[in-house]
Design a protein around this ligand. Structure first.
Ligand SMILES: [Zn+2]
Length: 332
């Protein structure tokens, strides 16, 4: 049975329902869950939510964290399609050619929820000392083996339970992880301890406050129900981190995630690969629309449109004063 929990942000117990009965539209595991907003602090969350043991069924092997494109991605990767994508991403490249990490002096980096290690492999190549945290034991073993990360830098644990030295890391990364945590404030507190003063926390996650989320409503892919227990906006994420003493340094769209199109379109096109020609023709139109939406979203990101966000937090050098939530830097 799904469990009702108090708000993780403020322990409040009164919620306003936003969407009822949201289903798993990614791997189609049965079940229906509501998206609600805490009346006291505004944090949007999945509640009642699956228990920890129920959640395991929603993470089959083919579920790849970090927003990999659907396995049945209709447009394939033919050369013209790749060029179109490259062109659409050009404005982004011109504005943010330097990745965030490339601007930092390499040091010790921890990837929480490292998955198959894409991020760590890039950090490793950039001269960082990679540390890996991943709760799925087999995946953790494979990833650390393939990257040559020693056992003492491989932590098989959920972030909520992990025990690491204080002031140990220059950089901690959570790529599409924070929205899956059962207790994000506790993890922010731990991270604030694990970071050296001046250390950075890099988070990528869907932006619930985005225009796309509003347009697509319960069909927005960024909800990824019920695996996403929290649906952060720039405001609620910044506020939660601020309560742990972490300050927003940079906030920008995350580039390169294809989670931008509507699940409705994907689902429709999946069902229309068979059947009479007219039926399949509708499928082709839907695929074209999905692909068109992807190009538009990619090209729009440099102008502040961000269905997926990338936020850099810094742990202040000086012991943090309690900071008020940032009222600036709120974009869709
Ligand atoms: Zn609350």
């Amino acid at each position: 049975m799904p469990e009702s929990v108090p708000c993780s942000g403020c322990a409040g117990e009164r919620f306003e329902t936003i969407y009822e009965d949201c289903e798993d539209l990614w791997v189609f595991v049965p079940g229906a869950f509501p998206v609600v907003r805490c009346e006291a602090c505004g944090l949007v969350q999945t509640n009642p939510r699956p228990t920890a043991s129920e959640l395991k069924a929603y993470y089959p092997d083919e579920y790849q964290p970090g927003g990999s494109p659907p396995p049945d991605n209709p447009m394939g990767s033919s050369a013209p399609i790749r060029w179109l994508r490259w062109l659409a991403a050009l404005p982004y490249r011109l504005r943010w050619r330097q990745g965030f990490v490339s601007g930092l002096e390499p040091g010790r980096a921890l990837d929480i929820g490292a998955g198959n290690g894409t991020r760590l492999s890039n950090l490793d190549a950039g001269g960082w000392e990679p540390w890996l945290m991943e709760p799925r034991q087999e995946l953790a073993r494979k990833t650390s083996e393939s990257l040559g990360i020693p056992g003492d830098r491989t932590i098989v644990a959920y972030a909520e339970d992990a025990d690491l030295p204080e002031e140990h890391f220059d950089l901690i990364v959570m790529d599409h992880v924070v929205e899956h945590l059962s207790d994000p404030p506790a993890v922010f507190n731990s991270i604030a301890g694990w970071l050296k003063p001046g250390g950075r926390l890099l988070i990528t996650c869907p932006n619930y406050g985005s225009l796309e989320s509003r347009l697509l409503g319960r069909w927005w892919m960024g909800l990824d129900m019920p695996r996403h227990l929290f649906h952060f906006g720039t405001d609620t994420l910044s506020r939660m981190a601020a309560e742990a003493g972490l300050v927003v340094e940079d906030l920008r769209p995350q580039y390169g995630v294809l989670l931008t199109s509507s699940v409705v379109l994907r689902r429709g096109s999946k069902q229309r690969t068979r059947g009479p020609l007219s039926f399949r023709a509708v499928g082709v139109l839907e695929r074209a629309a999905t692909f068109g939406a992807e190009l538009i979203v990619t090209a729009a990101q440099p102008f502040g449109y961000m269905p997926m966000m990338e936020v850099v937090f810094v742990k202040p050098e000086v012991v943090p004063q309690r900071l008020a939530p940032s009222s600036e830097a709120i974009h869709s």
